[in-house]
Ligand binder design. Structure first.
Ligand code: SAM
Ligand code: SF4
Length: 329
């Protein structure tokens, strides 16, 4: 039986966080100082992740995304990618990274079976990069993107977080860069998942506003009929035929009704939603000799609890206790 929730949504997409640690400090995700990370002993081993994925595949999971924290700070990540890409039933494996360590690892990850990569980059301006990430690693991220282009990854995308009154000057240059290199830019509306509680509704640069900026300053865009209606991004192509962009409009146009995702945190908690306030412990079951069947029941029960959608746009919204870096974006 596939993994259905009580609203009939089919779950075939698993996001796996491999660490909550990170080598930069984006202000909309992490605090600047004194970040408290999960002790290493609490982090799932690769063998535990692999077993969980093998079990999830029996429930119909086909697509994986590895994330974090910063996944490339986890030692030997290509070893995990190789294990996961070898699992029968996994059709697609992708990675989300801040790109700082990518130049050194892109080839090993590709050789291990990684086909798709999303590099997080909000700006092409070195000073703004420093302001956002509180680190001076812009050149390293660019080197990482160049390495992926050289190697020939099937898909390279850039994730750009859209914060109002900050990144407006970056929206158009990023799209131009994407058009030049065959990279889709995905603009992600700033979500209330930052560690310091800085999020405010009027700090969100809305997808419609960005669409307008791109149409006016580059050329008109038209929606791309969606081959996968359950993907979170709404995609557009430039009508001059050069390039595409995507918008993840979690705030202005929530896409919960099509959600097909579950998330495994680095410390072995299963979450049915990015914004869930509760989660299920699977690490204990992975470590106490529980059978695959028992773990299947845990997964099914977690998905059964899934709510119809997040409440960002209502007064009832409560931000999750874990910020983005500790969930896995
Ligand atoms: N460290 C990697 C990275 O930055 O890509 C992977 C983990 S990060 C949590 C995953 C994605 O979350 C990032 O690409 C970034 O675009 C997004 N993100 C982080 N904080 C966010 C926020 N408050 N609102 C919207 N997107 C956010
Ligand atoms: Fe690190 Fe990614 Fe969070 Fe930025 S968004 S602080 S790169 S985990």
């Amino acid at each position: 039986m596939p993994l259905l929730d009580t609203f009939g949504r089919l779950h075939d997409n698993l996001r796996i966080s491999v660490t909550d640690r990170c080598n930069i400090r984006c202000f909309y995700c992490m605090p600047e100082h004194d970040v408290r990370f999960v002790p290493r002993a609490e982090i799932l081993h690769f063998e535990e992740v692999e077993r969980f994925v093998r079990i999830a595949v029996q429930l119909g999971v086909k697509k994986l995304r590895i994330t974090g924290g910063e996944p490339l700070v986890r030692k030997d990540l290509p070893v995990l990618v190789r294990k996961l890409s070898g699992i029968e039933g996994i059709q697609d494996i992708a990675l989300t990274t801040n790109g700082v360590l990518l130049a050194d690892q892109a080839q090993a990850l590709y050789d291990a079976g990684l086909q798709r990569i999303n590099v997080h980059l909000d700006t092409l301006d070195r000073e703004r990069f420093k302001q956002i990430t509180r680190r001076d690693d812009f050149d390293r991220v660019m080197a990482g993107i160049e390495a992926c282009l050289r190697i020939g990854y099937k898909t390279i995308k850039i994730n750009a977080v859209a914060v109002k009154d900050l990144v407006e000057p970056d929206i158009v240059p990023l799209a131009r860069f994407g058009r030049e290199h065959g990279i889709e830019i995905r603009y992600i509306e700033f979500m209330p998942l930052d560690a310091q509680g800085l999020w405010l509704r009027d700090k969100v640069l809305l997808a419609d506003r960005m669409l307008e900026m791109l149409s006016t300053e580059i050329c008109p865009l038209e929606p791309i009929p969606d081959p996968d209606p359950r993907a979170p991004a709404t995609e557009y192509r430039f009508t001059d035929g050069i390039g595409t962009v995507g918008f993840i409009a979690s705030v202005s146009k929530p896409f919960c009704l099509n959600c097909n995702r579950i998330r495994l945190t680095a410390d072995g908690k299963l979450r049915y939603c990015l914004f869930a306030v509760d989660e299920t412990d699977v690490k204990t079951a992975l470590r106490d000799g529980s059978t695959d069947e028992e773990i299947i029941q845990i997964i099914r029960e977690t998905v059964r609890q899934k709510w119809i959608g997040h409440e960002i746009n209502t007064a009832k919204f409560v931000p999750p206790p874990r910020p983005m870096y500790a969930i896995g974006g």
